[in-house]
Design a protein around this ligand. Structure first.
Ligand code: NAD
Length: 353
């Protein structure tokens, strides 16, 4: 396997691997380890070029640094991408990826991400111990989605409290886009609390499955975005909030699980100008990473400890919203500012020590 360093300013380490024997072509980016080893998922995607993959892994790993900083996971930020069609997965490919992760010597710890499942990581684990998020049976933290959903639920309730003065969800209208691994358990929790749920999913059977247990209105994509409601919860893909959608939004709060929900930084300012409270994606959706991080504590995984830490998400949102108000900036900018502050304080105390 040919492993080469790619020097990138602002990143501690970026490495690429090329292994013609297994077909592995991958990049690992370690953005920052000030707060601990860089944890971030492994993604497999048919990027058209290596440059495209590099851009993605750099952006994602920096996002993980900020997310972990704000969530106080005690971890840094990293990410890995395998360039390839997920249809061409093989045991050899993931064994080689395991060797590649191991070669970074623990600076990078991997987990699941887009197109990577537990079965793939089990193979990676044969070659490196720097793997998290495997099954509960194997002593690992298991599926992160219910924990992400729980964190979004607590964060959403805090946003409702902040805007309406009470976190009682009875009769609150909540529009959810995407009821998959995170959106579905979120919808169920909100419905249990008496909220009126409106949902849209490309896969209508997912809305129908929830409707068996709770009254939930199935609506179109246009309606879910534009309807008059208290909260819009984006739980599908990123980029949903942009120049086209923001002027049409009918909600007072945006609080959901989707990553990179703003297409551009300016979109955060546009939401602020429209008087819509936006819970920054990586602050509110940190439940999954918090759960995984607990696995790396000296005593190993403990669900109670994970839930205790997830209960801090409303506090992280409060800090973010307070900064935004004090500085007159968007909540998205405030989250980045808070993450940078946490990193700078940690760097300063390391220098003093
Ligand atoms: P998922 O694939 O299980 O669910 C996504 C759902 O959205 C699916 O039901 C899909 O049919 C639907 N969908 C996709 N595109 C759509 C569209 N254009 N219109 C309507 N519905 C659409 O994914 P997930 O794990 O639930 O993650 C949801 C979002 O939350 C993603 O952005 C993910 O990055 C983010 N996130 C997830 C976790 C986690 O623990 N799973 C953690 C942090 C962030």
């Amino acid at each position: 396997m040919d492993i080469q360093e790619i020097p990138v300013e602002g990143y501690e380490r970026v490495v690429r691997a090329d292994d013609p024997k297994s077909g592995l072509h991958a990049i690992i980016a370690v953005n920052d380890t000030t707060l601990g080893p860089a944890l971030g998922g492994m993604r497999m995607w048919p990027y058209a070029t290596e440059q495209e993959a590099l851009t993605d892994v750099l952006r994602l790993s920096k996002g993980m640094t900020y997310k972990s900083a704000i969530a106080h996971t005690g971890l840094g930020g990293g990410k890995s991408v395998i360039i390839g069609d997920p249809a061409n997965k093989s045991r050899e490919l993931f064994l080689a990826m395991g060797d590649f992760v191991e070669s970074v010597g623990g600076q990078y710890i991997t987990a699941e991400d887009v197109n990577i499942g537990i079965a793939d990581l089990e193979i990676v684990k044969e070659r490196t111990s720097y793997v998290t998020g495997l099954s509960r049976e194997s002593g690992s933290s298991g599926n992160p989605s219910p924990y992400t959903a729980h964190g979004v639920y607590l964060g959403l309730k805090y946003c409702v409290q902040r805007v309406f003065g009470s976190d009682d969800l009875t009769g609150r209208k909540i529009a959810i886009l995407g009821v998959g691994s995170v959106g579905a358990p979120l919808a169920r929790k909100l419905a249990e609390d008496g909220a009126e749920i409106y949902a849209h999913d490309l896969d209508e059977s997912r809305v129908a499955a929830i409707a068996k247990d709770f009254p939930i209105h199935s609506v179109s994509e246009e309606e879910v975005l534009t309807m008059d409601c208290d909260v819009f919860a984006p739980c599908a893909l990123g980029g949903v909030l942009n120049d086209n959608t923001i002027p049409k939004l009918g909600c007072k709060i945006v609080a959901g699980a989707a990553n990179n929900v703003l297409l551009e930084v300016q979109d955060g300012t546009d939401l602020r100008e429209r008087g819509i409270l936006y819970a920054p994606d990586y602050v509110i959706n940190a439940g999954g990473i918090i759960n995984v991080a607990v696995e790396l504590l000296p005593d190993g995984y403990n669900e109670e400890e994970a839930l205790r830490r997830i209960r801090r998400i409303p506090e992280a949102l409060k800090e973010t919203f307070d900064i935004a108000e004090a500085e007159g900036i968007s909540t998205a900018e405030a989250a980045d500012m808070r993450a940078q502050q946490i990193l700078e304080e940690a760097r300063a105390s390391k220098t003093q020590a």
